[in-house]
Write a protein that binds this ligand. Structure first.
Ligand SMILES: N[C@@H](CCC(=O)N[C@@H](CS)C(=O)NCC(=O)O)C(=O)O
Length: 121
């Protein structure tokens, strides 16, 4: 555990999305390749002893804990690096009020309720 993220991946596998997200976010990360047939890393480590399911992607967090599942990893990266713009920022109503906005979004109304038809449209 050295304070960097570590992504376990296999080339051309679904871990590619997590790799791209980490690159796009400019994350300080190491990339450890896993051979899907032998379940060993390129350095020869037994991947099944790291993650018993033997699947990629798997992200080792800065605190050493392990996060599996591509969707969860992508969400984590987007949250961890909000300035990367990988996911839309969630604006809560109280934040809108804090910024002095007078219009508070009403989540109970259908989204299209605010859409105005343009003249000629
Ligand atoms: N539910 C997992 C599935 C991950 C997955 O199926 N990974 C494949 C590569 S795309 C894998 O590691 N297969 C190797 C195996 O099943 O032994 C996720 O979405 O991350």
């Amino acid at each position: 555990m050295d304070g960097t993220l570590e992504l376990y991946f296999s080339p051309l596998a679904c871990s590619l999305a997590s790799r791209i997200a980490l690159y796009e976010a400019g994350a300080n990360a190491r990339f450890t390749e896993v051979d899907p047939r032998t379940k060993r890393t390129l350095a020869g480590d037994d991947y099944l002893s790291i993650y018993a399911l033997g699947m990629v992607p798997l992200l080792r967090l800065e605190n050493g804990s392990l996060l599996p599942e591509g969707a969860a990893i992508l969400q984590y990266i987007a949250n961890r690096y909000p300035d990367s713009g990988l996911a839309p920022r969630i604006v809560f109503e109280h934040e809108v009020e804090l910024t002095g906005e007078t219009r508070v979004v009403d989540h109970t109304r259908p989204l299209h309720a605010d859409v105005e038809i343009l003249p000629g449209g």
